[in-house]
Design a protein around this ligand. Structure first.
Ligand code: PRX
Length: 659
C-alpha cells in the first residue's frame, strides 16, 4: 500500500474533506491563455451559439474538413434515423493525410511507434500517406472494392492504422476486432458483417509473449466461407500456416504496387466503419458509423478537449480495437495533423514504469488513459512514476468508466505534477466521439465528474417519461438532439437500433447510463442501468457471458452479474446451476472459465463462479438479478424477496473459493 493509495487513512480524510468542500480545480491562467476556448465566458459563448442553432454550429465544424463536394442539406432527421451533410462528398483518409502534405506538416511525425520489445519507428505524414496509398492499391489488387467489409484483427502497430486508413481511402468499411477477442468472437463478427477480407498479423507482443492472431483467424475462418482474402503482416516472425490462394503476406503483397492512389470521393453517409459492442442481449451489435458526421465530431472533439497544438505528442493508450482507438488514436488526432504515440504492449512490461518511461523518452505532452490503469498504478506505488521526468506533460485525460476521486487526485498529483488539467471524458462506441467533458482551458473540474456536455451536445438526465429530474437526483442519461458522430444504425438490424436506443425514453437517444446533475450543472455518471457491465473499461454483456456458460454441456442455467472491484471497477460473478448429478468443484470452475474465454476472450473470464441448486426467480420466472448483485457484492440482501419462487435457493448458494 502506498502513501497515496485508497487504503491510507490520512489521505482518505483529506479526500473526504476536499470532496465535502466541493473544491473545483481551475486551469491555470498560463494554460488557459494558449487554448482555443480559454475562459468560462468563451465556453458559454460557444454553448449559446450551439444551442441557438445546433445544425449551423455543426456545419461550421464540418467546414473545417476538406470536402470534395459541398453538402446540400446539413441534417436530415427522420426519427430515429439521421443523415448529416447530405449530398456532400469527402474522404476520411484524405482529411487525415493528404490535407497535411501541402504545408510544413508534410515532414512532421504522424505516428511515433514503439513495440513492446522496444523497437521504434516514426512515420511522417508523407511516409504514412505513402504507406496508406500503397496498401490501398494492394487491397484493390486483391479485389477489395468500395462498400466491401474488411475485418482488421491486428496488434498495435502502425500497419493497423495504415489498414484502417487504406480501407477508408477506397471506401471499404472496416470492422476492427480487438486482438484480445477469441477466435469464436472474431468469427461471429466476421459473419455478421459479411466481411470479404481479413487483415491480420502473424502475432503481436503482449506481456513478453506472442499473441497468436493468425492462428485465431484460421480457426475463425473455418466457418466463414465468405472470406476470400487474408493479408498477414509479418510482425513477430512466428511460424503460421498460410492457405494457398487465400492468404498473402502483407510485405509480399505490396511488392511492385504503386503509390498513386487518389482518395475516393465518398458520400458523407458512406459507411466508414462497423465496431461491435456488447448490448443487453446475447449478440454483440455492429455499431455503424459513417464518414462526414463521424469525422466532424472526432476532429472537433479531439482539438477542443485535448487542446491539440502543433508541438504536441498525444498519447491515447487505447487499443485500436475499441472506439477510443478509432477516434483518438487514428481519426481525431490525424485529422488535426497531430503527432500520436502508439505503443504495442502491456503497461507493466518489462517493468511497472513502462508508461512513464515512454512518456519521458518521447516527451509526451497529452496523455489519455483509463481509470482502471490509473488504479493499477496507484496500487503499484508512486515510486515508479517518480523515477521519471514527466515535465513534458501538460494535459491528462481519462475515459471508459467512472473515476473515483482518490484515483483522480493521485493522477493529478503524481502524474500531472499538480499542474496538468484532467479531462474526464464520457462517451460511448455509439456516440462516435466525446460527449461530456471539460474543455481544459475553460472548465473548472471536480474529481469524479465528467463536467458538462460539449457545446453542440444536448445531454440531459431524465426520468422514464423523458422529463428532466431535479438537480441532484439520479436519473437516466439521454441525448435529446441528433449529433454528427452518432451511430446511424445497428448493422443489418435497424429495428434493433430503434428498440435499443430510441424506444425507451420518448424522443431521446438513451445511453444505458444513469447520471445526476449537480447544482452547478455538472454531470456525474453513475454507471450502467442495463445488463451491461464495465470491467476494466471493457464493456461486456452479462447475457453474452451467460450464453457462453449455458453453452457448456454440463450447465443447466447461469446468471452473471457485476461485483465491485477495487482495481477493475467491476468484476464478474457467475451463478451457475449444473445439470443434475454433475459435481461442483474446482475443475468445473476452470472448465467454465475456459468456456467463457473461448467464446468471448479472456477479458470476459468470470472472477468468481458460485454454484446454486436453483437460481432465485420471481413468480413469472425472471431471474432476480438485483438480489444476485447484492449476494455477489457480499452485502446483505435488500429489497423484497417475497416473490422468490424458491426461498431455499438463496440459502443454498455456496461460494467456491477462487484463485
Ligand atoms: O458506462 C459508460 C462508460 O462506458 C460506457 C461506454 O463504453 P464503450 O462503448 O465501450 O466506450 C468506452 C469508451 C468511450 C458508457 O456507457 N463510460 C465511458 N466513459 C466514461 C464512462 N463512465 C463514466 N465516466 C466516463 N468518463
Amino acid at each position: 500500500m502506498t502513501e497515496h493509495s485508497a487504503g491510507n487513512g490520512r489521505e482518505n480524510t483529506n479526500i473526504e474533506s476536499l470532496l465535502k468542500e466541493g473544491r473545483v480545480f481551475k486551469p491555470s491562467a498560463a494554460f488557459s491563455k494558449g487554448t482555443e476556448v480559454g475562459s468560462p465566458a468563451a465556453w458559454e459563448k460557444l454553448r449559446a451559439q450551439a444551442s441557438k442553432s445546433p445544425v449551423k454550429f455543426w456545419e461550421a465544424r464540418a467546414k473545417e474538413l476538406r470536402w470534395e463536394k459541398p453538402w446540400k442539406k446539413a441534417l436530415d432527421w427522420k426519427f430515429p434515423f439521421a443523415k448529416w451533410f447530405v449530398g456532400g462528398k469527402l474522404n476520411a483518409s484524405a482529411n487525415c493525410l493528404d490535407r497535411h502534405l501541402e504545408g510544413p506538416r508534410a515532414n512532421k511525425a504522424a505516428i511515433i511507434w514503439e513495440g513492446e520489445p522496444g523497437e521504434q519507428r516514426t512515420l511522417t505524414y508523407r511516409q504514412l500517406h505513402r504507406e496508406v496509398c500503397v496498401f490501398a492499391n494492394t487491397l484493390k489488387k486483391l479485389g477489395i472494392r468500395s462498400g466491401d467489409r474488411v475485418a482488421i484483427y491486428m496488434p498495435m502497430v502502425p500497419e493497423a492504422a495504415v489498414a484502417m486508413l487504406a480501407c477508408a481511402r477506397i471506401g471499404a468499411t472496416h470492422s476492427v476486432v480487438f486482438g484480445g477477442f477469441s477466435a469464436e468472437a472474431l468469427r461471429d463478427r466476421i459473419q455478421d458483417a459479411q466481411a470479404k477480407a481479413v487483415i491480420t498479423a502473424d502475432g503481436g507482443w503482449r506481456k513478453g509473449a506472442i499473441v497468436p492472431l493468425k492462428a485465431a483467424v484460421d480457426d475463425a475462418l473455418a466457418q466463414c466461407p465468405g472470406v476470400e482474402t487474408v493479408v498477414v503482416l509479418r510482425r513477430c516472425g512466428s511460424v503460421v500456416s498460410m492457405k494457398e490462394g487465400r492468404d498473402h503476406w502483407w510485405q509480399d503483397a505490396l511488392r511492385g504496387v504503386g503509390a498513386d492512389c487518389p482518395p475516393a470521393a465518398l458520400d458523407a453517409e458512406h459507411p466508414l466503419f462497423i465496431l461491435y459492442t456488447s448490448g443487453s442481449t446475447g449478440k454483440p451489435k455492429g455499431v455503424l458509423h459513417t464518414t462526414g458526421g463521424y469525422l466532424t465530431h472526432a476532429a472537433y472533439s479531439a482539438r477542443l478537449v485535448f487542446d491539440l497544438k502543433e508541438n504536441d505528442v498525444f498519447w491515447c493508450t487505447a487499443d485500436i480495437g475499441w472506439v477510443t482507438g478509432h477516434s483518438y488514436v487514428v481519426y481525431g488526432p490525424l485529422a488535426n495533423g497531430a503527432t500520436v504515440l502508439m505503443y504495442e504492449g502491456a503497461p507493466m512490461t518489462p517493468a511497472p514504469d513502462r508508461f512513464w518511461d515512454l512518456i519521458e523518452r518521447h516527451r509526451v505532452t497529452v496523455f489519455y488513459t483509463a481509470p482502471t490503469a490509473i488504479r493499477a498504478f496507484v496500487r503499484l506505488g508512486a515510486e515508479h512514476v517518480r523515477k521519471h521526468d514527466l515535465s513534458s506533460l501538460r494535459l491528462l485525460g481519462t475515459v471508459g468508466e467512472p473515476i473515483n476521486p482518490e484515483a483522480w487526485l493521485w493522477y493529478r498529483k503524481e502524474v500531472g505534477g499538480d499542474r496538468c488539467p484532467i479531462v474526464d471524458t464520457w462517451w460511448q462506441t455509439e456516440t462516435g466521439g466525446i460527449m461530456i467533458s471539460p474543455l481544459p482551458g475553460a472548465t473548472g473540474t471536480k474529481p469524479g465528474s465528467a463536467t458538462k456536455p460539449l457545446p453542440g451536445i444536448d445531454a440531459a438526465v431524465v426520468d422514464k417519461d423523458g422529463k428532466p429530474v431535479p438537480k441532484g437526483s439520479g436519473g437516466l442519461l439521454v441525448v435529446r438532439r441528433p449529433w454528427p458522430g452518432m451511430l446511424r444504425t445497428v448493422y443489418g438490424d435497424p429495428e434493433r437500433y430503434r428498440a435499443q436506443y430510441f424506444s425507451q425514453i420518448p424522443g431521446c437517444y438513451f445511453t444505458g447510463d444513469g447520471a445526476r446533475v449537480d447544482k452547478d450543472g455538472y454531470f456525474w455518471i453513475l454507471g450502467r442501468v442495463d445488463d451491461v457491465i464495465n470491467v476494466a473499461g471493457h464493456r461486456l454483456s452479462t447475457m453474452e457471458i451467460e450464453s457462453a456458460l449455458v453453452g457448456h454441456p454440463r450447465v443447466a442455467e447461469a446468471a452473471v452479474v457485476g461485483h465491485p472491484d477495487e482495481l477493475k471497477g467491476q468484476g464478474i460473478t457467475a451463478f451457475v446451476t449444473l445439470q443434475t448429478g454433475v459435481a461442483a468443484g474446482p475443475e468445473m470452475v476452470d472448465a467454465l472459465k475456459g468456456a467463457v474465454a473461448k467464446a468471448i476472450g479472456s477479458i470476459a473470464r468470470p472472477d468468481v463462479i458460485r454454484f446454486a441448486d436453483a437460481l432465485p426467480k420471481t413468480r413469472s420466472g425472471k431471474i432476480m438479478r438485483r438480489l444476485l448483485r447484492d449476494v455477489a457484492a457480499g452485502v446483505k440482501t435488500s429489497g423484497d424477496t417475497t416473490t422468490l419462487e424458491d426461498f431455499a435457493a438463496l440459502a443454498k448458494l455456496q461460494p467456491v473459493q477462487d484463485e
